[in-house]
Design a binder for this molecule. Structure first.
Ligand SMILES: CC(=O)SCCNC(=O)CCNC(=O)[C@H](O)C(C)(C)COP(=O)(O)OP(=O)(O)OC[C@H]1O[C@@H](n2cnc3c(N)ncnc32)[C@H](O)[C@@H]1OP(=O)(O)O
Ligand SMILES: O=C([O-])CC(=O)C(=O)O
Length: 375
């Protein structure tokens, strides 16, 4: 059995910062479970909405509950006119993570959380509305089109692709989006979730918690890595170039985006799932470059550093094969992770003490303030 990673040092690594019943990450170096279920099993057999329900409501839904939940989310997809107007004012060169952060915040102004009793309703609303927030802005700012935010697609993955491309997605693409949303849904005390829990611990509102999480997910060391990985992969025209380029980056001590993990030591279980789907998509589009380049980088990273691809690496090629613009990669993560974030806010609120760690002071010794003219 694999060794768990030795967790200590900076970045609060290895500190127990609270309790959760939502997921386990990296037990025996590799596993991921949501409320006791292996993520690989969930990704094989479930709809993303079943997993969202599991995280938010505690158990997998039965058929009637799932049907009602799908209907409910479909009814919450449209955006208020005032939010559309705000989205129309955001420039085309804005980063979509900034757009989705603003969209979340604006919705919090228009439909505020008056009481924690509303937390589940607001989560469902955000979950249903995020694809439209992202795609309404994208299609308006890039193509001058005011899209209809209601698509008639039953599931969130299909809905997102239909909004983005203006047509019904293929069954393969719908399936891959569904799997991707499941893989990204929840991950214990990662940085964005922890930021959301810190915000929740002050008894702030749900929109503020989610906005804090979005801002934290945006960075390339966290959710932004799928986008950064794509930018790296597409620089190479062949596996040979990728091998030489990666070796050169390692020699310069550059970080290779999409590799390594704070908790997993052996592998990221989400990688083996998304890699299979990325390969299938590569075959579908007849790719002879992106997937082999990705595998070449993967090989160098293992041989040179014993570092493995995390959830983000093969997501980059998978999304690219589905014609998703690179800058929308990280916002898709938001569309999924809002379930995990919100479930953590519910947990924090149910057993709260304000999160307030201590700092080790390393500054100058106490001294007196010199008068302005003496400095
Ligand atoms: C969905 C997600 O958020 S998954 C994470 C997405 N982020 C990325 O892919 C960004 C690239 N990866 C990284 O920056 C890191 O691996 C992190 C941020 C994910 C984890 O950071 P840490 O917990 O500090 O990593 P860890 O302790 O395992 O690092 C061990 C060594 O490997 C190096 N290392 C880790 N990841 C990488 C990488 N991707 N490329 C090159 N070197 C790396 C570290 O610099 C460190 O070297 P050192 O001992 O010489 O300082
Ligand atoms: O757990 C982490 O540190 C990052 C991660 O993989 C995630 O949030 O999905």
């Amino acid at each position: 059995m694999a060794e768990a990673k030795v967790l200590s040092g900076a970045g609060l690594r290895g500190q127990i910062a609270g309790q959760t019943a939502l997921s386990t990450v990296g037990k025996d170096g590799a596993g991921l479970t949501y409320r006791g279920y292996d993520v690989r099993e969930l990704a094989k057999d479930c709809l993303f909405e079943e997993v969202a329900y599991l995280l938010l409501y505690g158990e997998l839904p039965n058929a009637a509950q799932l049907d009602a939940y799908l209907q409910r989310l479909q009814g919450l997809r449209d955006l208020p006119q005032a939010l559309k107007e705000v989205l129309e004012r955001i420039p085309a060169d804005a980063h979509p993570m900034d757009v989705i952060r603003t969209g979340c915040s604006m919705l919090g102004n228009l439909e505020p959380e008056h009481s924690f009793d509303e937390q589940r309703d607001i989560t469902d609303r955000l979950l249903a509305a995020f694809p439209a927030i992202m795609c309404y802005w994208y299609r308006f700012s890039h193509q001058g089109v005011r899209i209809d935010c209601v698509t008639g697609e039953a599931d969130l993955g299909g809905h997102f692709l239909a909004l983005l491309h203006g047509k019904k997605p293929s069954e393969l693409h719908r399936k891959v989006m569904n799997v991707s949303l499941i893989l990204y849904a929840e991950h214990e005390f990662n940085a964005s979730t922890f930021a959301g829990r810190v915000c929740a611990s002050t008894l702030s509102d749900l929109y503020s918690c989610v906005t804090a999480s979005i801002g934290t997910l945006r960075g390339p060391l966290h959710g932004g890595a799928n986008e950064a990985a794509m930018e790296m992969i597409e620089k190479y025209a062949s596996p040979e170039e990728a091998t030489a380029g990666t070796l050169a980056m390692l020699a310069r001590k550059d970080k290779i985006m999409g590799f390594g993990h704070a908790i997993y030591s052996v592998s990221d279980p989400r990688n083996e799932v998304i890699k299979v789907w990325s390969k299938l998509l590569a075959e579908e589009v007849g790719d002879t470059v992106l997937f082999p380049v990705s595998e070449a980088i993967d090989k160098v990273m293992w041989e040179q550093k014993k570092l493995f691809p995390n959830a983000d690496f093969y997501h980059a090629s998978a999304y690219n094969f589905m014609d998703i613009p690179t800058k929308l990669f990280t916002p898709i993560f938001v569309c999924s992770r809002v379930t995990g974030w919100a479930a953590h806010v519910f947990e924090q609120r149910a057993n709260n003490r304000i999160i307030r760690p201590s700092a080790e002071y390393i500054g100058v010794k106490p001294r007196t303030v010199p008068l302005l003219g003496h400095r």
